[in-house]
Ligand binder design. Structure first.
Ligand SMILES: C[S@@+](CC[C@H](N)C(=O)[O-])C[C@H]1O[C@@H](n2cnc3c(N)ncnc32)[C@H](O)[C@@H]1O
Length: 385
């Protein structure tokens, strides 16, 4: 067997054994631990074959696994490579063609719903066809650079020979995926790793000094740090149901130099939660809700195969319950920022309609953030007031 046939057979083994219960990158890590004779190059190739395969979603379900793995590499790669040269030389010669021409060579039609079967559930302003095909490309890595540090960060990236793109806002930098940014820019307070779309949600915050804000599903604090960077003078409460993630938040806040804030572990759906908050009132509430995460599936393409459609409805119920329980703590005239990293209408527009039904709040601005245009996640963010 050639090296490339061995890679193919390892990829088959991994795909056959993977049940979706762990994130794929964890599963791959333990697979390689059990196969220590595989070197770095082998691991990279095999991982890539597996990821490319999952990017095809439900395409070619009736075809043999081997054929689907080779097709995955043909569609996701754009330059000739040794794997295709050995296993499908006629495709290797055509690997740089536009996607539509490559699709015509496949044994099954490459329709948007073959790749992304939940295409009819997407939020209205998403172009379903364009969106489905973005699954074939790995999104980029993004950092948000703090004021005055752009030139220093650029100099370090130049020195390391990294190809990067600075966005027009002079704050967002796109980097090739897999860039070890922490080893290139070792001063942690100069930047945050944050997806471009997540950074863009900050345009809806509009905080003023002295205001009270509550990031009620704070996780490790991505949105809170963005808020504090915009306006260090806000009084901030952060909460999350997971204690461990709030410990991460503490560390990130310390690295970012944020010292003054309140934090509490809280299940926003628990029966005693509303009473436990007393009469607190906030000028702004960020509700970055637990969701399907479907806007980030370009990074975790295995989710396309393993996500159960009925989960969308369960997330919607959770989002509505959380919204119902936090809205009473908003001051009259205050702003609720509702955010998801989902592409599904049920988790986005339908939850906003629910909030409008149960309160005086009305959608002011915001909507789908089409990150896929720039190799970023797709998100939904709305300001209600
Ligand atoms: C999308 S993440 C928030 C991401 C975060 N805002 C950021 O920018 O990094 C949603 C968070 O909601 C939390 N969560 C889920 N169910 C919850 C509940 N019932 N009460 C409070 N938080 C909850 C999760 O633990 C998770 O950290």
């Amino acid at each position: 067997m050639t090296r490339w046939e061995n890679y193919l057979s390892s990829a088959e083994k991994i795909i056959g054994a993977y049940t979706g219960s762990l994130p794929l990158h964890h599963f791959l890590k333990s697979f390689f631990k059990e196969h220590p004779y595989m070197g770095g190059r082998d691991r990279r190739w095999i991982s890539q074959l597996v990821y490319h395969y999952f990017r095809l979603g439900h395409w070619g379900k009736t075809l043999p696994l081997k054929e689907r793995i080779i097709a995955g590499t043909f569609l996701c790669e754009t330059a000739p490579n040794d794997f295709l040269a050995v296993l499908q030389p006629d495709w290797n010669e055509r690997v740089s063609l536009p996607l539509s021409e490559k699709a015509a060579l496949l044994p099954a039609p490459l329709t948007p719903d073959a790749i992304f079967p939940l295409i009819t559930s997407l939020s209205d302003s998403l172009d379903a066809n364009a969106y489905a095909y973005t699954m074939l490309t790995q999104p980029r890595l993004f950092i948000r650079v703090r004021q005055q540090k752009l030139d220093k960060v650029k100099a370090l990236l130049d020195k390391a020979g990294i190809a990067y793109e600075v966005f027009a806002n002079n704050t967002t930098i796109a980097l090739p995926n897999g860039t070890k940014i922490e080893t290139i820019v070792t001063e942690k307070s100069w930047y945050e790793v944050q997806d471009a779309s997540s950074q863009q949600t900050g345009a809806l915050f509009l905080p003023a000094a002295g205001q009270r804000w509550w990031d009620c599903c704070a996780a490790s604090g991505g949105k809170s740090i963005l808020l504090k960077d915009q306006q260090p003078g806000v009084q901030l409460l952060v909460s999350d149901v997971r204690r461990s993630i709030l410990e991460n938040l503490q560390q990130r806040f310390a690295a970012a130099g944020i010292k003054h804030y309140d934090a509490r572990v809280a299940d926003l759906t628990a029966p005693g939660f509303v009473a436990s908050m007393g009469h607190q009132q906030f000028d702004g509430i960020i509700l970055d809700a637990p969701c399907s995460g479907s806007g980030t599936w370009g990074r975790t393409p295995e989710s396309i195969s393993f996500f159960k459609p009925e989960e969308i409805g369960k997330y919607q119920q959770l989002q509505q319950k959380i919204a119902h329980n936090v809205v009473p703590f908003l001051k009259k005239g205050g702003a609720l920022i509702y955010i998801t990293c989902s592409v599904f209408k049920q988790e986005n527009e339908e939850v906003v309609s629910y909030i409008e039904r149960i309160s005086d709040l009305r959608r002011q601005t915001g909507g789908v953030i089409r990150g896929y245009d720039q190799g970023a996640d797709t998100m939904y963010a709305v300001r209600l007031s």
